[in-house]
Each structure stands twice: as structure tokens, then as C-alpha cells.
Design a binder for this molecule. Structure first.
Ligand code: SAH
Length: 357
């Protein structure tokens, strides 16, 4: 019997070529790679032992090679159909993922880190602290988990769960490749959201990829941004904007600016004027996110009139703008409501999957 060659471990996240090469190293024909790819990415196999098209003897030899899927530890469904999952990683840490269905779309909001070190003043993840970066397969797994649970294909992936993607760019880009090529989600339907890390937006441009970049601007002036986002002290708003302009120039792609609306803090008429001035003449789009309340902060969500007023003010300045009314608010699954700290507490469940309908 052949010794088991070192596989691309875990297998999840590996390309078709890598899987084929590995199968061949095992003395298997090349088409086993294709079968492996299909079973991992389409059929959602969790172990090689369940791949029944493989010869029994080989299956037994490689039974312990990990595919790298996480177990669903908890599942909660909001009245609007949004589902939040807590996935248990191999080392026991918990990560959150959200599935957001509409008639035509199924969007997965994936995490890139367990927790987040950025500590933004309005974000529950930041209050929970930072544990570690996710490996590529732990990101890809989140998409498969949602696809499997909904029983339909995921159409969009947004890196808007826990963590700062550009602090884990290597794994995030490897995951983007796999989500695109192996799972089959178009790059244009993949969005990476970042608070902005010096030089990393420019670096992303070099990859010449087609995904959408969303930048969490959240404030129209340096003083307010510093108050909301600690890292803005070291990486100033003007530098961030300059880097974003460079990104647009290098990629020719439109960029999205996310802007959180905090009542009385960032939703005043003067903020709309400042914001319009910041992004004017820029191939960009402003996505307003009304604050989703979290227990750790005492900001308020603006009234609908204020939100509409702010939107209208930007439009008056010819700024392309939309409002994101987050889904899943009731399940604590909306933007900024994902927290690592509760993972060991309220969510601890005796069974593998708890349906909290
Ligand atoms: N670290 C990335 C991804 C964060 S989550 C980033 O900063 O972009 C995606 C978006 O949700 C970000 O724009 C984030 O600032 C926003 N967000 C965080 N907390 C929020 C809250 N309580 N209400 C509304 N949006 C929030």
C-alpha cells in the first residue's frame, strides 16, 4: 500500500490542479482529483471516507486526511429569514457567519478573523477582542455551510462579518480565489469591506481582481473618524482617501464607501456636505448604514426622516448613494452585531445544531 503523501491540508481551499496532483501522488488516476473537487465543493463531503466513488481501499488509507469543514454549533433564524450560524473551528474557537436570502439572491456574510483588533466604537466584534486570523479553508467553509443549510446556491459573498480582512489579506485572497473558482461565485459578486490599513488598499489593486472593495469611511472629518475608529489616529482620513483614489485609478473599478449613521453624531447636515466634498469627482458610491444597536455602546439609530434627509442631501450634491437597511437585526445578525464574547455563554448549546425559530 502507498504511503499517504502530504496532502494540501486541509483539502478545502485547494485548487482542482492541487487536488489532482495529490491524487496522482497517491497512485490514483488524474480524474480522482476532479471527483475530489466535486465532492468537496459541490456535494459538501465532510470526510474522504464518505466519497463512495473512491475505491474502498484508498478511502480507508486516506480516511484521516482532513477536509477542513467546521461543525455548526448554533443556528438562529430571524423573522426576515436571515440565518446566523456559529461555526466551531478545529481548535474549538467559534466564528460567526450570516446567510441573507432574498428571492433572487443568497448572500453570505463571512468573517475573516475570530474577533477583531480594530476596536471601533460602535461594533460589537471590536468589544469582544481579537483571537486569531482565519485560515483560507475556514473562510471558504462558511460559504459551503450556508449553501448546504439553505439547500440553494450562494450568489454573493461579502466580507462583512467578524474581523478586518486586510489584516489577513493572504488568507482572504486565497479564500476569494476558492469561492470564485471552486464554488463558482462570480468575483463581481464578492465584496471585501475594510476599515482601511495603510498601503494595503494599494496592494490589493495590484492583484487586478474583479471583486468589489468597500471602505468603511464612517466619518466625514478626521476628528470624528478618530473618535469612532481608533486606527484613524495613525492612518489619517486624507491618506485613506488618497489611497482610495489611487485604487480607483489603478483598477478602473468603482469603490463603495460605507458610512454609518449615528443619530446626532454623524447624521447632521454639515456631515452630508463634508462627505460630499470628500468623495466628489470620485468613481464611487456611498452606502449609508443606519446604526444597528449593540449593548456595549450608547449610540442611537437615526429616525427614518433623518436617514432620508441625509440621503437627499447627498443626492443634491450629485453623490451616488444608497441605504443599507441591515437584515437579521432580531437575531443579532446585522452589521456590527457579531460578537465572539458570547460564544461561550448564551450560545452554548448541548446539541450540535439548535434551531432557534
Ligand atoms: N472590518 C471590516 C468589516 C466590518 S463589518 C470593515 O471595517 O469594513 C462591515 C460593516 O459593518 C463595516 O462598515 C462596519 O463598520 C459596519 N458596522 C460595524 N458595527 C456596526 C453597527 N453597530 N451598526 C451598523 N454597522 C456597523
Amino acid at each position: 500500500m502507498l504511503a499517504v503523501q502530504t496532502p494540501p491540508t486541509p483539502l478545502l481551499g485547494a485548487t482542482l490542479a492541487e487536488l489532482t496532483e495529490w491524487a496522482q501522488q497517491q497512485g490514483q488516476p488524474a480524474y480522482r482529483g476532479k471527483q475530489l473537487h466535486q465532492w468537496i465543493y459541490e456535494k459538501g463531503a465532510r470526510s474522504l471516507a464518505e466519497i463512495t466513488v473512491f475505491p474502498k481501499q484508498w478511502r480507508e488509507t486516506v480516511a484521516d486526511v482532513p477536509i477542513g469543514r467546521s461543525a455548526t454549533h448554533y443556528r438562529s433564524v430571524a423573522p426576515d429569514g436571515t440565518v446566523k450560524y456559529l461555526l466551531k473551528l478545529a481548535d474549538g474557537l467559534i466564528v460567526e457567519t450570516v446567510g441573507i436570502p432574498t428571492d433572487k439572491r443568497l448572500t453570505v456574510c463571512v468573517s475573516s478573523q475570530v474577533g477583531c483588533p480594530m476596536a471601533c466604537d460602535f461594533c460589537a466584534t471590536g468589544f469582544g477582542g481579537f483571537k486569531r486570523n482565519l485560515a483560507a479553508h475556514e473562510i471558504v467553509d462558511q460559504v459551503l455551510a450556508v449553501q448546504e443549510d439553505f439547500g440553494r446556491r450562494v450568489s454573493h459573498t461579502v466580507f462583512m462579518g467578524m474581523g478586518e480582512p486586510l489584516l489577513n489579506a493572504e488568507s482572504v485572497l486565497a479564500a476569494v480565489r476558492s469561492i470564485n473558482e471552486d464554488i463558482g461565485i462570480g468575483q463581481r459578486n464578492i465584496t471585501i469591506s475594510t476599515v482601511g490599513i495603510r498601503n494595503r488598499i494599494r496592494k490589493l489593486a495590484e492583484h487586478k481582481l474583479q471583486f468589489t472593495l468597500a471602505v468603511s469611511l464612517h466619518a466625514s472629518n478626521q476628528a470624528l473618524r478618530e473618535k469612532l475608529i481608533p486606527s484613524a489616529r495613525a492612518y489619517r482620513l486624507d491618506e485613506l482617501i488618497a489611497e482610495c483614489r489611487e485604487y480607483v485609478k489603478l483598477t478602473g473599478r468603482r469603490l463603495t464607501f460605507e458610512y454609518i449613521l449615528l443619530a446626532g453624531v454623524s447624521d447632521l447636515p454639515q456631515h452630508a456636505v463634508e462627505l460630499a466634498n470628500l468623495v466628489r469627482g470620485f468613481q464611487s458610491h456611498v452606502n449609508l448604514i443606519p446604526y444597528n444597536p449593540i449593548s456595549e455602546a450608547d449610540y442611537q439609530r437615526p429616525s427614518r426622516e433623518r436617514i432620508e434627509g441625509f440621503t437627499a442631501a447627498l443626492k443634491k450634491h450629485n453623490i451616488a448613494v444608497s441605504v443599507r437597511y441591515s437584515r437579521g437585526l432580531e437575531a443579532d445578525a446585522a452589521c456590527g452585531q457579531l460578537r465572539a464574547s458570547r460564544a461561550g455563554g448564551r450560545y452554548e448549546a448541548p446539541t450540535a445544531v439548535v434551531n432557534d425559530l
